[in-house]
Design a protein around this ligand. Structure first.
Ligand SMILES: Cc1cc2nc3c(=O)[nH]c(=O)nc-3n(C[C@H](O)[C@H](O)[C@H](O)COP(=O)(O)OP(=O)(O)OC[C@H]3O[C@@H](n4cnc5c(N)ncnc54)[C@H](O)[C@@H]3O)c2cc1C
Length: 420
């Protein structure tokens, strides 16, 4: 079978690997000059099934005013984005009932754990240098109230196999001594030892090499204008000056996915949510943290990636805008100083490379993986803030569905034709 994958981000590339390893023919098309330059480029690097909860937790509607008016709020809603969010926003709020929220967490957790197992398998048999770490993640808290609120989600996932260890501040410092300077501000932490971390962009580069060696082909710098149908079946893509044909068309185009399939009657409730990261290269010889930390109060994280540190955070509903907002970059710099004051010296801060990307966020907090009502047209998209965590499992699940192989996990929660 021949397959065209639209999008060479972490989702498109992992899908390509899974299909090629089953002897399928794969062509990837991306408008960028190389792989991994979209949301997968400088993300937080967290591989964290433990943090599978979508952003629309029950009670989110009470925070809408804060999202609109507070400049330091972790989630920012721009007035200009509101008209484009009506239908999606309605589904986002409707999905925040306790039952729907719990269903989304459970689905993401299962897919996340499945993904990490596959990533381990790839790391064991392929040459993958992705600055990976297997020491888990650490979420710390600045108030007992916030700590107690997270315990509910943690208990829920424990029933599904999550390992979560409640730590006192002293125990937390033993695990990550670099947090010592701020110990007096914290009330405790949770260590999630099953979580991992690594650089998604490095995986994209490594997979692109592997894909070429397996016979996959790339068309970079080519924008897909439309998906072509004949007799109600997807048969190819329109690149402007030429058309490419294949048995299957797989849309893995991140935030652009809904626009590509809308004309064909496929509705994907996915919107872009902007985030920021800053990657630092601290001077050699400095003591650096070993474990990724998530600060519950700031909704932000710092991830060690080889000799680098990446701080990441903010969620901004600002349409497709990708400009670097100075205030948001300054907030993230202030966050780095608040977590690791001893590392955030003027010299280290001067090495910071700010970046912004668009998370493809599904209204009900779960990715779309599977076939559409149009034969031959497949979707792997909408992974939101968990795309790196869910990539490998999403790829295997979709490849199973395409090759009519019995999937190892239930595909229903991610069904493309579901209603929120
Ligand atoms: C700031 C930030 C931090 C994050 N941190 C984490 C984290 O710590 N852990 C985690 O699990 N996830 C994280 N994520 C989420 C994760 O990065 C995304 O979910 C994931 O990268 C999405 O991958 P993708 O392949 O779907 O999209 P992308 O990487 O955006 O790839 C889509 C590709 O499609 C191409 N494309 C689009 N339209 C067309 C077209 N018409 N023609 C041709 N090509 C097209 C684009 O050029 C792009 O290369 C973070 C995201 C952001 C923004």
């Amino acid at each position: 079978m021949t397959n065209i994958i639209i999008g060479a981000g972490v989702i498109g590339l992992t899908t390509a690997l899974e299909l090629l390893e089953r002897g399928q023919d794969v062509t990837l098309v991306d408008q960028e000059p190389q792989e991994g330059l979209g949301a997968s480029f400088a993300n937080g690097g967290l591989l964290t099934p433990a943090m599978s909860d979508p952003w629309n937790a029950p009670g989110i509607h009470r925070h809408l005013a804060e999202f609109l008016f507070s400049s330091s709020s972790a989630i920012k809603l721009r007035w200009s984005a509101i008209p484009s969010l009506f239908a999606w926003g309605g589904r986002f709020l409707l999905s925040s009932t306790p039952a729907r929220f719990r269903a989304a967490i459970a689905a993401n957790f299962e897919l996340g754990m499945y993904s990490l197992g596959i990533l381990d398998e790839w790391r064991a048999r392929l040459p993958l240098s992705i600055d990976a770490s297997d020491v888990g993640t650490l979420k710390f808290f600045r108030s007992s109230r916030a700590f107690d609120a997270v315990v509910g989600v943690t208990d829920l996932l424990r029933e599904q196999g999550l390992d979560a260890r409640m730590l006192s501040v002293e125990e937390m410092i033993r695990l990550e001594p670099c947090l010592e300077p701020i110990a007096s501000q914290l009330v405790g932490a949770i260590h999630y030892p099953q979580d991992k971390s690594g650089d998604a962009y490095l995986l994209c580069r490594a997979l692109a090499d592997r894909i070429r060696r397996l016979g996959g082909t790339f068309h970079f710098g080519r924008e897909v204008h439309a998906i072509e149908l004949r007799g109600g079946k997807a048969i190819g893509i329109d690149l402007g000056e030429e058309t490419l044909r294949a048995d299957n068309i797989i849309v893995a185009a991140g935030t652009a996915s809904p626009g590509l399939v809308k004309r064909l009657g496929v509705r994907l409730a996915i919107k872009p949510v902007k985030g920021y990261s800053i990657t630092y290269e601290p001077e050699p010889g400095q003591r650096l943290p070993a474990i990724p930390v998530v600060d519950d109060a700031y909704h932000a994280a710092v991830t060690p990636l080889g000799g680098r540190l990446r701080s990441v955070g903010t969620a901004e509903f600002a349409g497709g805008d990708l400009h670097l907002d100075r205030e948001r970059v300054d907030n993230l710099t202030a966050f780095m100083k608040a977590v690791y004051p001893q590392i955030a010296t003027a010299e280290t801060l001067a090495t910071g490379k700010p970046w912004t990307g668009l998370r493809p966020v599904a209204a009900d907090g779960r990715p779309y993986i599977g076939e559409t009502q149009t034969p031959g047209l497949w979707i792997n998209s909408g992974h939101g803030h968990l795309g790196w965590t869910l990539a490998a499992g999403s790829a295997r699940l979709l490849a199973d569905l395409i090759t009519r192989t019995r999937p190892e996990i239930a595909p229903e929660p991610y069904c493309v034709m579901r209603r929120a």
